[in-house]
Design a protein around this ligand. Structure first.
Ligand code: 5AD
Ligand code: SF4
Length: 363
């Protein structure tokens, strides 16, 4: 018998109500959603999974988000910034192993020294790889001039999570000051697009106070912003953050995990040809987290190439996996994830967002 979910999945366009129904689907219906999203992935972006070597460049952050373990107010974290040599050794690993792309991620800073350092490293990456390594930046809100400078220095993708698209929820999860303005974050996403980046954003799933309606709106927000890439993942509590005191109100880890998978699948159904990362936080909630996410529509993995000695200082949330795992070990595990998911290793190609390519072509 056809269920409501069968009917919705056959529609051309999904409404807010449709998304709410799908997000609330039971186990049997959820399998149908996953089947559909896997089909769409295969048809629209193929079976390759691309690697983005992740360098967690610095955990120094001028912001104080209530959920994050490296917030400026957390005095229990040793702060670091990688030396150029340390960053470049991770980048060299990526280049030598045919990853084709890296992600430079850091806490948010906007002083001249930080901006110059990132610019310098971007130039070094291009030199080291004869321009072959693609670069994604994830360094927070910056001015248009800074975005432009980094773009000219060789970065061509940028990840800036909106974290939650509901402005009220955003306000509840951030200090109420000029540094944490919802509208500034939206403006930053628009500036990134204007500068020419492939733009990625995302949200945390299973936050305290977050509703299914909020998540449906998050999906519609991604559609409205016409994003090229997505990086979303489950919220996981960190004991040195203000949000920790709401830990008893959270969904169970299993439910947060299932809901995250549903969000990936629905986003794949909604914007068919974007790049979507299976994020590390998934693995904290489920031993096969990344593999399952790949099966139902994710097509990007980010092996961690941060030097081991800094890993336990980049703890955005508790129980972050692989903090003692050498690059080689985590690389091999991710390869196994891809093979086990029945997908192909996307070595040696940038694997840019097809969504971006199509938009650029239309212009
Ligand atoms: N749980 C899950 N993800 C988190 N992030 C920050 N804190 C947490 C947490 N407690 C995510 C944010 C940020 C990214 C770098 O890490 O979404 O954008
Ligand atoms: Fe800084 Fe990002 Fe953490 Fe907020 S989420 S405190 S901006 S690193």
């Amino acid at each position: 018998m056809k269920s409501n979910v069968d009917v919705i999945l056959n529609k051309e366009a999904l409404t807010r109500e449709d998304l709410i129904s799908l997000l609330s689907a039971d186990k049997a219906d959820t399998e149908k959603i996953f089947k559909k999203s896997a089909e769409i992935r295969e048809r629209e972006v193929g079976n390759k999974v691309y690697f983005r070597g992740l360098i967690e460049f610095s955990n120094i952050c001028s912001k104080n988000c209530y959920y994050c373990g490296i917030r400026s107010g957390n005095k229990n974290t040793d702060r670091y910034i990688l030396s150029k040599q340390e960053a470049l050794s991770g980048i060299q690993y990526a280049f030598d192993h045919d990853f084709a792309s890296i992600v430079l991620q850091s806490g948010e800073k906007s002083d001249k020294r930080f901006i110059d350092t990132i610019t310098d490293i971007l130039h070094e990456i291009k030199n080291l790889s004869n321009g072959e390594l693609g670069v994604t930046l994830s360094c927070g809100e910056q001015t248009e001039g800074t975005y432009q400078r980094w773009f000219e220095a060789g970065a061509h993708r940028y990840l800036l999570r909106i974290e939650e698209s509901n402005p009220i929820l955003y306000k509840n999860l951030h200090p109420n000051d000029i540094k944490h303005e919802y509208n500034n974050r939206i403006d930053a996403l628009k500036l990134l697009r204007k500068t020419g980046y492939q733009v990625g954003t995302g949200v945390m799933i299973g936050l305290p106070f977050q509703t299914i309606e909020d998540l449906a709106d998050d999906l519609l927000f991604f559609k409205k912003m016409d994003i090229d890439m997505a990086g979303m993942g489950p919220y996981i509590e960190h004991k040195d953050t203000p949000l920790y005191r709401f830990k008893d109100q959270l969904m169970s880890k299993e439910d947060r995990f299932q809901l995250s998978l549903k969000m990936y699948a629905l986003l794949r159904i909604l914007i068919k040809d974007i790049n979507m990362a299976a994020t590390t936080a998934l693995q904290t909630l489920h031993p096969k987290g990344r593999e399952l996410a790949l099966k139902i529509g994710c097509n990007v993995l980010m092996p961690n190439l941060t030097p081991l000695k800094y890993r336990d200082s980049y703890l955005l949330y508790n129980d972050k996996p692989a903090i003692n795992e050498e690059a080689k070990e985590s690389h091999k595990k991710l390869e196994a994830n891809i093979i086990n998911a029945g997908l192909e290793l996307g070595y040696g190609v940038w694997g840019d967002s097809k969504h971006f390519a199509k938009r650029s072509f239309k212009r």
